[in-house]
Design a protein around this ligand. Sequence first.
Ligand SMILES: Cc1ncc(C[n+]2csc(CCOP(=O)(O)OP(=O)(O)O)c2C)c(N)n1
Ligand SMILES: [Mg+2]
Length: 574
Amino acid sequence: MKMTGAQILCEGLVREEVEVIFGLPGGTVIPLYDTLPKYPQLRHILMRHEQGAAHAADGYARATGKVGVCLATSGPGATNLVTGIANAYLDSVPLVAITGQVARPFIGKDAFQETDITGITLPVTKHNHLVLDVGSLARIVKEAFHLARTGRPGPVLIDIPRDIFMEQTEFHYPSKVDLPGYKPTLQGHPVQIKKAAKLVNEAQRPLIIAGRGVIISEAYAELKQLAETAQIPVVTTLLGIGCFPESHVLSYGMLGMHGMAYANKAVDAADLIVAIGMRFDDRATAKVSGFAPHARIIHIDVDPAEIGKNVRVDVPIVGDVKVVLGALNKLVVSANHIDWVQQLDDWRKEHPSTIIRDSEGLLPQFVIRKIYEVTKGEAIIVTGVGQNQMWAAQHYGYDRPNSLISSGGLGAMGFGLPAAMGAKVGCPDSTVWCIDGDGGFQMTIQELATIVQEQAAVKIAIINNSYLGMVRQWQELFYGKRYVATSLSCPDFVKVAEAYGIPALRVKHNGEVVSAIEQAMNYQGPFLIDFIVEPEENVYPMVPPGASLAEVMEAPKKEAKVLVDSAKLPVSNI
Ligand SMILES: Cc1ncc(C[n+]2csc(CCOP(=O)(O)OP(=O)(O)O)c2C)c(N)n1
Ligand SMILES: [Mg+2]
């Protein structure tokens, strides 16, 4: 049967079980939009900015485990997607981004709204494709979804010239993909798994560092079995939060720059690190040369490119985390490490890391703790970037699988609101809270309109400190309190919300926090709370840039002092 390119694309999306497309139209994609109403199974959500479309598709994908789809026109529409695509790339999120391109005869002519989007996104996509022949479109769509969701997931971009949407050809959707250069290794090598089991069985002070790979491969049960069988304490990366219940007796929270002091001390003292589905990001390892100085390292990851990239590894195992852990668990013998676990418990008592001090002024940590209590830990939390993100990671108790959605690798302000909307669209029965900063919120604030139009009942907590807080914190601690370009003026967020049709409250005092959160929860639709918090509150613990995990700084008893002068900061990734 003959079909247009636009129909072929829609047929492909339907066959890939796409339910939602986050997009915004323009000239080159009008033929596609013209076809969409014939496919009512494809719900299109009209965003207010294409960055929001990519972040919403990302939030949707993380919350559901399905491939998120975003759609934009050529030129500015396509370039507006780039931040969201890069974000998905760094956090291994399965995304298919579809862009319109100028018609084939205009390509390379600097035509109106022409940009080389495959060139621009080459370094931030798992794969991308400029379609030059309508006959190859069905295959390219099939491959895009396959690439996005298999192996290490990631974003794939398909750029489709306008005339291809209108050209007709016979429709045939391939049942299989044949990509000779792409065969992800899922089974770990048995010899490596045996070596790893030997190390685990011999270790005295083993520690698991679990990352988002556990969530992606849904290896929750396998991770728990490994930890419990061999009594191995578990710490997680930021994106690993939600892969292991934080109330579990073997859970020691997040490690890294703003991780728990006791988690970082555990890494420093361990004699074996079992790194699972994580990539040794510099925010997790701190100074690499000081990372886990006494430990052998087992690294399990589906992406061979991650092995040995940042940290020396003794036993690499390339494979799917769930499959590899399943095999490893068969070889790991039951053990206990009572002294080691006791040591970690003592550190946790001595360095509690999440104590919230008494304060007359409203503390952000307190706000997040109360959101946790009122939601009973059952919400999906989607964060902004900066201090709010770190407090949300530290002070909400994540017991449920996959309950934190956050921009980790890219750290993209503006992620929170659209990603929360995407998560809510994907999981309409879940409570979704967006915890954002006053700065980041203003970067994608326009998506409030989308939230209203789609009746997505996202609950929004703005941690309003009138600062680009995380940058201010660095200026305070490392740049002699020279605050340049971090003091922020904000609109009246309550009035803004109301202008969009969202009820809102402003909260300034401790006593009002719980009732405001309850009011938000009891309201059926979206709701916003503007929490006016202590402006100069800092995030602790903190491993200063260039230091190793063992050199973690805890909340100072008195006024924070300048710790390092900027001129003396090491050339590290700051
Ligand atoms: C798009 C983008 N621009 C700049 C930064 C650098 N940056 C990191 S945290 C931060 C401050 C964020 O301010 P806000 O959203 O108010 O959050 P807070 O830290 O105050 O909680 C900035 C500017 C970033 N991460 N992303
Ligand atoms: Mg702020």
